[in-house]
Ligand binder design. Structure first.
Ligand SMILES: Cc1cc2nc3c(=O)[nH]c(=O)nc-3n(C[C@H](O)[C@H](O)[C@H](O)COP(=O)(O)OP(=O)(O)OC[C@H]3O[C@@H](n4cnc5c(N)ncnc54)[C@H](O)[C@@H]3O)c2cc1C
Length: 501
């Protein structure tokens, strides 16, 4: 009888938990190690005064039809999804509310929002004049160059349709330009750019002047194509939770509060791991969900070719989302959709410049899911849970931590301007930002996604799950897949499970 391959998986983020469940279901003998006392990595939730609180601020762009659903079905998981239509309620240009439906072709997007569209168009003229004046001074040359390259909206539609059909060669070309460049090729419509650049930040946590057009359009097209934007019943933690439960049912071994301090490499091959307690766990295959940079440290730089080490050091991380969470003593925000977005009414090309400038946003982008509107069990009866996320920096330095507080002050001010009733009914509130995210992952940075989805780091140029050390593999948002945060991590697990036999 063949002996089952022995695998150690380091980390229980959606990528690690998914990989462990998939490999165990393939008949391998998998040990899953997690340094925290809880599972799930950044996709985790906890309970507070009867509320089920997301450790970050999550929504899932493809719900059951995406990569999480694929893993769940393959491993016999028990995930259930909650989907709402409309799924999102937007404040556009500071003047009009609009609903966003699951399908971009839903006639209600135009018919139900006629009044709002007219208001936004009127208001946009004022913003456009201001923006154009500023741009004339700032970047006349660049704007003229861009204007000369405009092709018209039909070209954009052709490209977007190509994306939806998953034309890999078209995607590969689009991976080489930023989304900002792509948009400027066919439009100078300020409102469209405000909406699309804010959505790029939401889906990839990367500003439009950095995000690869191919990657963002893939995420955007798939979200609207699948029409299942949603959240799992029981909170974000149920995604890795369902994978781990299936893993345990299939005979896998899980150890929490078990930090790996070294990946053992001998004879150019991964042989197992050593824990912080000094225990060596032998394995034929080591799969790391600790992020590519940390994985190279754990295995020792000397075990990799120097070009690989330099390449890994040069990779950039995504920006962060920092949050304020409110447990409300009663349900005070009643919107047609279970999530709310404030689309900043500012020059779209400079919407997120404040992050690197150490400043605060003039009009912050607010990503505000209301978990108890999706899932009534996320709050005690009659109460409401609201989580507000806003983009921020990533390095955990005293200056950045202080900047996060200032950004959250400004974001709260804006949220209370829009919904003054929230302030009156707060039972508890808490902030989480980069220091909190860094504590979960054990990294010195608090990035939201993992590696940034910028030009040069997406598609064929995303790091491969295969490393130069034999028997050592990467899984998670850093390796091998496309998509939105957790979904990219699960996509990576699906890819990896096809590579390892
Ligand atoms: C505030 C915030 C908002 C977000 N919003 C969304 C959203 O709306 N939608 C979305 O899809 N995604 C969102 N994300 C991103 C998403 O959470 C991440 O992209 C995803 O969780 C990454 O998964 P991963 O599998 O790569 O691993 P991670 O979640 O990073 O988990 C890695 C795991 O490895 C463990 N580990 C690391 N080192 C060791 C070691 N040495 N020994 C043992 N264990 C170790 C860690 O403890 C951790 O559990 C958000 C993230 C944040 C922080």
């Amino acid at each position: 009888m063949a002996v089952a391959r022995k695998v150690v998986v380091i980390g229980t983020g959606p990528g690690g938990a998914g990989a462990a469940a998939l490999l165990q279901a393939k008949g391998m003998q998998v040990t899953l190690l997690e340094k925290n006392p809880f599972i799930g990595g950044k996709c985790w939730s906890f309970e507070k005064e009867g509320f089920l609180v997301d450790s970050g601020v999550h929504m899932f762009s493809m719900g059951d039809s995406g990569q999480h659903g694929d893993i769940n079905r393959r491993v016999g998981g028990d995930l259930e999804w909650l989907v709402a239509d409309p799924g999102e309620h937007l404040l556009m240009g500071g003047v009009a509310f609009m609903n966003l439906y699951q399908s971009l072709f839903d006639p209600r997007i135009v018919l139900g929002n006629l009044g709002a569209i007219a208001k936004v168009a009127l208001n946009r003229r004022k913003v456009k004049e201001k923006v154009l004046r500023e741009r004339q001074l700032k970047a006349l040359e660049r704007e003229c160059y861009r204007a000369s390259k405009r092709y018209g909206p039909l070209e954009a539609l052709r490209l977007a349709a190509g994306i939806a059909r998953r034309d890999e060669s078209l995607l590969a070309e689009l991976d080489e330009i930023t989304f900002q460049e792509f948009m400027h090729r066919f439009t100078d419509e300020i409102g469209a750019m405000q909406g699309m650049f804010a959505l790029a930040m939401l889906l990839t946590v990367t500003p439009a002047h950095l995000v690869s057009a191919g990657e963002y359009l893939w995420c955007f097209a798939n979200a609207f194509h699948k029409k299942t934007l949603g959240v799992p019943r029981g909170g974000s933690r149920e995604i890795p939770g369902s994978f781990v439960r299936a893993f345990l049912r299939n005979g896998g071994a899980l150890r929490t509060s078990c930090e790996v301090k070294r990946i053992v490499v001998e004879g150019e091959r991964a042989r197992g791991v050593e824990t912080a307690e000094g225990e060596v766990i032998e394995a034929d295959t080591v799969v790391s969900n600790a992020g590519i940079k940390r994985t190279v440290e754990l295995a020792g730089e000397d075990n990799f070719p120097s070009e690989y080490v330099e390449y890994v050091k040069g990779l950039r991380q995504s920006y962060s989302f920092i949050t304020c969470k409110y447990g409300l003593e009663r349900r005070v925000v009643n919107l047609p959709a279970p999530s709310f977005f404030n689309i900043p009414n500012v020059d779209p090309d400079h919407m997120f410049d404040y992050i690197d400038e150490g400043g605060v946003p003039e009009d912050p982008f607010l990503f505000t899911p209301m978990p108890s509107e999706w899932d009534p069990y996320a709050a005690p009866p009659g109460k409401q849970l609201i989580i507000m996320g806003v983009p921020g920096p990533i390095e955990v330095t005293p200056e950045n931590v202080e900047q996060c507080e200032r950004i959250l002050d400004r974001a709260e001010e804006r949220l209370f301007e829009i919904f003054p009733q929230i302030k009156e009914h707060i039972q508890w509130k808490m902030r989480t930002h980069i220091a909190h995210t860094a504590r979960i992952t054990g990294k010195p940075t608090g990035e939201c996604i993992g590696l940034m989805q910028c030009v040069g780091q997406t598609g064929a140029r995303r790091p491969s799950p295969r490393t130069p050390v034999k028997g050592l593999w990467l899984v998670g948002a850093d390796a091998g897949a496309r998509g939105v945060g957790t979904e990219m991590a699960s996509g990576s697990a699906l890819y990896l499970s096809n590579l390892i036999d």
